[in-house]
Design a protein around this ligand. Sequence first.
Ligand code: UDP
Ligand code: MG
Length: 342
Amino acid sequence: MTNYLNPLPDRYQDLLLSIVVPVFNESAMLPVFFQQVLPIVKALPLRVELIFVDDGSEDDSAEYLKRALHKHSEQKLIKLSRNFGKEAAVTAGLEHARGNAVVIMDADLQDPPEYIPVMVDTWLSGTDVVLMQRHSRVGETLLKRLSAHLFYRLLNRTSRTEIPVDTGDFRLMSRRSVNALLSLKERNRYMKGLFAWVGMPTKVIHYDRAPRAAGTTKWSFWGLLGLALEGLTSFSISPLRWAAGVGLLAAATGALFGIWIVAKTLLIGDAAAGYPSLLAIVTFLGGVQLFSIGLVGEYVGKTYMETKQRPVYLAEEIIASPSAGKTAKVQHREPVQHVKVV
Ligand code: UDP
Ligand code: MG
């Protein structure tokens, strides 16, 4: 890692880094978050703004964040009007971030903050996206690990946009890649897919993902299943083709079976015993048809939701720390690659 701290301490003072943190019922975690993240943020050679998005928490996370606004000079709280989901919360944070680069991290410290300096360093040495890829999934059940593995494989089979395995939202993005991401206006914000769609020069850093320090995960089994379905159908229409393929296969098998029955009756004189085979075929075809209709419905539903053009989130309140915004104006320099560290 390049040592940028000692020789050039003031060099990046006109650069601003935004850290976006989605928060949903994290009151147990927030004090620890500040305790661990603030020293790291203060040691960075550039200015940092913290953007918390309260995603309709039912505990006192929002009140805590309001009280904590003095903890860092540039800090913002965007309080959404209800729980819109992490993807929407991240979008809200990105829209309000003014930084030359933006880091997205969870409030539960599963995204280790000690990597922020490494991410910044990697960005300054010339790349648009610093992607954090996890080595291990300590503390996650075998079932979750297995399903995650299968899901990524399936996703990359179906979609033309390569979605990197074992990455989450923990990443740093340059201003131009954030702008590119925000220009994607779809309402169904499957973030992993959107990030991948944007592309741009990317460097990968490997890290160990720790188990959640306090509180509980917000994902239920059904929530994850929904997200997986969302991922598959947002980024590819291959499932529709599979359905058509299965339909074709079933039709061809049916036709061959029919010919065989006729031939057998004519040649051997053996009249087909109908009922069981008929029942099997009808059930099978019925299943294929219902499944395909469901699949088509999924896409039709998506199109319907998109046509409503509703906003991705609604902010009820946006509060900034007293000194936020009064500091020097942010200079947007692009491309960032030219900021080289020696
Ligand atoms: N989160 C959110 N809205 C939600 C669910 C989660 O903003 O509806 C936030 C949550 O507070 C945390 C991050 O998203 O900062 C990741 O959530 P969680 O730790 O539950 O997910 P996991 O780490 O289990 O994937
Ligand atoms: Mg977590």
